[in-house]
Design a protein around this ligand. Structure first.
Ligand SMILES: NC(=O)c1ccc[n+]([C@@H]2O[C@H](COP(=O)([O-])OP(=O)(O)OC[C@H]3O[C@@H](n4cnc5c(N)ncnc54)[C@H](O)[C@@H]3O)[C@@H](O)[C@H]2O)c1
Ligand SMILES: [Fe+2]
Length: 371
């Protein structure tokens, strides 16, 4: 075996199973004296049922919206402090998980106002090294993989910050594919393509290592073979299980390597054109498959069920088109891509891409999309 030295670090405890959400009470009984649920508005009924069953759960905060704001962090922090909680059960998509993770990173038993939180958001003061708060992360999408990463993505107004800190890693995660049965088709495709981007970007990442390659390849196999079924027949559990498992593996893969070109480009795409996170990542996925193509990626494509990378890239575009996602720069309503391309190549995540595109190469990549 020919490989560089590597470190694979993962301290969370992962429970995976259909219906496992019902067993959160058993986990709480061993770990917590006072807990709060932070949830997506859509998961309120699941949260109310848990609260009825678990005396440790003191309150439910269900006001977290997509692209979570620092104001949501402040409100969750206040409720956590008022209820003297030692645990946050975060039930929702990446937006809910990231809000809870931010609270874990700053918690010191007291409420905080926005100016104080902004010092953390701008990374002027360090996040906790360890936290008095534990997080039980329960993803309801498949998905961001946020349940196994030490990343929190939070916005203040239009400024969206992706912050890395070891303290953000959830302590326990409960991956229950049944929670994803209600995700509508378009959101299923968008979140699934986010997970697919994590798998591919971990595989071709300059930080890749043997274990992350295993996770990334297995993740892509599960996502490629289940995403259309989950999109078309979302109420069937089998494809939801495959997608939740694939998204979890992809999360484990990129938790070590970070992401690369597609995620670098997703930030300007979301900022300038308001594309949801997964749609923004998918927008350049076929383009980066072509740009990053090499023998290794060709073997990966064969391993995950395609004849070659061209067929894999075309399949990604067919998934985007199936769900009515934006595919070409015309779909964004632009013809001049200079400003967008400059922001993409200058994004810090681009340094993890195996090929460093120039601005003109990035413009060429954008022009090639959908062709
Ligand atoms: N921390 C990380 O490692 C990481 C990684 C990738 C992305 N992110 C961030 O995560 C966020 C995106 O998260 P997301 O894609 O999971 O979406 P989300 O949490 O923003 O939710 C998207 C939509 O799906 C709905 N929804 C969620 N679960 C549902 C369910 N079970 N049934 C019905 N509707 C449901 C929500 O109400 C919302 O309208 C972005 O802010 C992105 O930047 C974080
Ligand atoms: Fe992502």
């Amino acid at each position: 075996m020919n490989t560089r030295d590597f470190l694979f670090k993962q301290n969370s405890c992962i429970h995976f199973g259909v219906g496992f959400t019902d067993k959160i009470g058993e986990i709480l009984a061993k770990t917590s004296s006072s807990a709060i649920i932070a949830c997506d508005p859509f998961l309120k009924s699941v949260s109310l049922k848990l609260k009825e069953e678990c005396p440790q759960i003191k309150d439910i905060f269900s006001e977290i919206e997509p692209n979570p704001q620092l104001s949501g962090v402040m409100k969750l922090l206040i409720l956590t402090a008022l209820n003297k909680c030692d645990t946050i059960i975060a039930i929702g998509g990446g937006s809910v998980l990231d809000t809870a993770k931010f609270v874990k990173g700053v918690y010191n038993f007291k409420p905080m106002d926005i100016p104080e939180l902004l010092k953390y958001f701008r990374q002027e003061i360090p996040f906790n090294a360890t936290s008095p708060i534990k997080i039980i992360a329960v993803p309801s999408t498949a998905g961001t993989g946020a349940e196994v990463t030490s990343v929190s993505v939070v916005s203040h107004g239009d400024i969206k910050n992706t912050i890395n800190s070891p303290v953000f890693l959830p302590d326990i995660c409960v991956v229950d594919p049944a929670l994803t049965l209600t995700v509508p088709p378009k959101a299923t495709m968008i979140t699934g393509l986010d997970a697919l981007s994590h798998a591919l970007e971990s595989f071709w990442n300059i930080n890749n290592q043997p274990i992350t390659d295993l996770y990334a390849t297995e993740a892509a196999k599960h996502i490629f073979s289940n995403l259309i079924k989950a999109y078309e027949k979302g109420n069937q559990i089998d494809s939801r299980v495959g997608m939740s498992y694939g998204a979890l593996l992809a999360g484990l893969a990129f938790s070590q390597t970070r992401t690369a070109g597609c995620h670098a480009a997703s930030y300007p795409l979301s900022m300038l054109f308001h594309l949801p996170h997964g749609e923004a990542c998918a927008f350049t996925l076929a383009g980066f498959i072509r740009l990053n193509n090499d023998d290794r990626l060709e073997s990966f494509a064969r391993e995950v069920g395609f004849q070659n990378t061209t067929e894999m890239a075309n399949y990604v575009v067919s998934l985007q088109r199936l769900a009515g996602l934006r595919v070409t720069i015309e779909d964004l309503g632009i013809s001049d891509t200079y400003h967008l391309s400059k922001l993409c190549v200058e994004h810090p995540l681009m340094k993890f891409n195996p090929v460093q595109p120039s601005i003109s190469q990035m413009q060429e990549l954008f022009r090639s999309l959908g062709k």
